[in-house]
Design a protein around this ligand. Structure first.
Ligand code: ATP
Ligand code: MG
Length: 651
């Protein structure tokens, strides 16, 4: 194939042909049918103001907006002049609509403790927390940093901030002192909310100790509010600065009037995972984010009144914000939250939770699915998973083999899978297949959500046609999009709307098939250039994972004098198998061609991942090239993995 811009074109390698249709029964009761999707999608592009006004009107506004969208590229304002409150919409509105006695949160601690909150109870707790924040001097417009385990108080704190108009900045509880301090300083937070410790793999992991250390580096911090979660001894207690949650929150009135906030009032800051570089403080605002997460949760997860919905993401990630807290609560869903590790006490923990709480919708990440797959079918086979009716995937491309495993072993070949592509920056799901409306194609995210106009382009802004791979862009603003990078609008302009003129640049490579389905083939930064062919990482990785002996794979390029780049694969071996490098090379050649055959294969015990479970290929590139490891490692789950890999010989 000839192409005018060979540098932006990404070759399609893997030809996945399986198509999985939702059952008749699922289609019959689905919220959105195919015809309805087509009509609404068309309307969302042709009459966007009307479309978005109709969605927004399903929610509560203290004051109606004057204008749906004001777009001064690259800055968008949505529902301009409107006033609302997302916590009011999650709680008060649902209690008023008669959901007061419905379970809002079913929380399970790693130690097995279970706590539940109805909508009416959650509203009271959030009101008390909001009053406590006010007593601690937090004002509308301030930022509050959260550094917490996944306990109910984390969601309560987020909602309490939203209720008074303070922006929350959640920092994942596994992050180090320096990562925490950097984020407190960047956000200029005066209050930190934390806990004594959380449970992880059976052991209490101290958070207060890190908070104390971070406070030494974050001098603007005035107060630390501490939840007693683990009951572990707290060594330091700074009088005047440190306050126990049970002393401060429990005594407050459970009445609080949610503050009417401008639609564009900042709701939260969230630093991206850092898979490709230094994390950015992505800023989201109130009205548009609310409308986007409300609509996508309702339609993508086909939410019905009796669903028990579980998104396994930690609240430290955007998925935990949009699909554990805001989106499902806006829809009056019953949300399951689990504090701990998936393998505590063993790899059956998720299935035990599903069986015990009769979970109907499960939303998790490919990294978890591949880990379960590595340990075989027998463990999930011991549990009753018949309550499940819908599965979701997010965070990385899901390899077709992992998709099929999820479908067969977890979903019992009964549950549709929604593979949802989106980003911290997009706030809400952008590409997927609505479960009752369209068939799924394993490994392919699918079609655009309402109001999303994607495209494939070259850096010059030239559109690529069907079956062509290129840079994934979004061609118009959408309500839940980020508004800026906190404190660095220049970075916002440059990274997202400055890369290709007039469109949002996602940083991912993708291709589109004849049915309009988008398949993410990897991050643009990770694309390989082998003998003039540009190869996304996903397809070679998927071919490797497609071999029965491989449970996980990461592929990078290594400079090569002849080919430009040589393919280097890092693989994990499936339990009970051994590696046969020449067989794997033959397998990749068979599946996608000799071009993609790995020149070097490293058999690894673990891959370097972000704390959210994404493979960080930039470090693997350094190892493959034999270079020293440089760059920000602060979001890495286990830095020791790198040293180990660096001393592993290739085969
Ligand atoms: P950073 O931007 O700091 O490098 P990050 O991109 O990992 O970090 P997130 O916003 O958490 O931070 O992740 C969004 C990215 O995750 C997407 O750009 C894409 O690369 C990947 N991703 C998410 N969901 C999917 C999916 N369903 N299919 C393919 N890729 C996905
Ligand atoms: Mg990113």
């Amino acid at each position: 194939m000839t192409h005018p811009h060979p540098t932006d074109h990404i070759d399609a390698m893997l030809h996945e042909t399986r198509v999985i249709h939702p059952s008749e029964a699922f289609q019959a009761s689905a919220k959105v049918s195919r015809a309805e999707y087509e009509r609404l999608y068309r309307q969302s592009l042709d009459e966007p103001d009307q479309f978005w006004a109709d969605v927004a009107n399903e929610l509560h506004w203290f004051r109606p907006w004057d204008q749906v969208l004001d777009w001064q590229e690259p800055h968008a304002q949505w529902f301009v002049g409107g006033q609302t409150n997302i916590a009011y919409n999650c709680l008060d509105r649902n209690v008023e609509r008669g959901y007061g006695d419905k379970q809002a949160i079913i929380w399970e601690g790693e130690d097995g403790e279970v706590k539940t909150y109805t909508y009416a109870e959650l509203l009271k707790e959030v009101c008390q927390a909001a009053n406590a924040l006010l007593e601690l001097g937090v004002q509308q417009g301030d930022r509050v940093t959260l550094y917490m385990p996944l306990i109910p108080e984390a969601a309560i704190s987020m909602l309490a901030c939203a209720r008074i108009g303070a922006a929350h900045s959640v920092v994942f509880g596994g992050f180090s002192v320096s990562a925490l301090a950097e984020r407190i300083n960047n956000a200029k937070s005066k209050l930190l909310i934390t806990a004594d410790a959380g449970f992880r793999r059976g052991k209490p992991v101290s958070l207060k100790v890190n908070a104390d250390e971070a406070a030494k580096l974050a001098l603007g911090l005035e107060k630390i509010l501490v939840v007693k979660r683990a009951g572990t001894p707290v060594e330091w207690w700074t009088e005047g600065r440190d306050v126990w949650w049970h002393d401060m929150v429990d005594k407050q009135s459970d009445q609080h009037e949610a503050v009417p906030l401008d639609s564009e009032h900042p709701l939260f800051l969230l630093y991206t995972s850092g898979s490709t570089g230094t994390p950015k403080g992505v800023q989201h605002t109130t009205g548009g984010y609310m409308v986007g997460t409300y609509l996508t949760t309702k339609t993508v997860f086909d939410l019905q009144d009796n669903d028990i919905y579980w998104c396994t993401a930690d609240i430290g990630w955007v998925t935990g914000h949009s699909y554990s807290v805001y989106g499902p609560l806006l829809n009056a869903a019953t949300v399951v939250m689990y504090e701990g590790a998936p393998n505590q006490p063993d790899w059956g923990r998720f299935w035990d939770i599903i069986q015990k709480h009769r979970v109907t919708i499960l939303y998790t990440a490919p990294t978890a699915i591949r880990a379960f797959m590595q340990h075989g079918d027998e463990i999930p086979g011991r549990y009753d998973l018949s309550s499940l009716r819908l599965l979701g995937s997010v965070g990385e491309p899901i390899n077709p083999e992992a998709w099929m495993w999820y479908y067969r072993v977890i979903g019992g070949e009964r549950c549709p899978i929604v593979d949802t592509w989106w980003q911290t920056e997009t706030g809400a799901i952008m590409l997927t297949t609505l479960p009752g409306a369209f068939p799924s194609k394993p490994g392919s995210a699918g079609l655009p959500m309402f109001g999303v106009e994607p495209g494939l382009m070259t850096h010059e802004g030239e559109e690529l046609g069907p079956d062509d791979g290129g840079l994934l862009v979004i061609k118009r603003p959408w309500p839940s999009m980020l508004r800026t990078v906190y404190g660095d609008d220049e970075r916002y302009r440059k990274s997202y709307w400055g890369e290709i003129k007039g469109v949002y640049f996602a940083g991912d490579g993708a291709r589109r098939d004849q049915d309009g389905y988008y398949t993410i083939v990897g991050r643009v930064d990770d694309v390989l250039n082998v003998s003039g062919h540009r190869l996304g990482t996903m397809e070679i990785e998927s071919a490797l994972v497609g071999h029965s002996s491989v449970s996980e794979a990461a592929v990078v390029g290594r400079p090569d004098p002849v080919k430009g780049e040589a393919v280097v694969a890092f693989i994990l071996i499936q339990d009970g198998h051994t590696a046969d490098p020449s067989e794997l090379r033959r397998h990749v050649t068979r599946e996608i061609g000799a071009l993609a055959r790995p020149d070097a294969i490293y058999i690894a015990d673990a891959l370097p991942k972000t704390r959210s479970g994404k493979i960080m290929r930039r470090f693997l590139r350094q190892i493959a090239a034999g270079n020293e490891i440089t760059g920000d490692t602060s979001t890495l789950e286990d830095p020791a993995v790198l040293e180990k890999l660096a001393s592993t010989p290739a085969v």
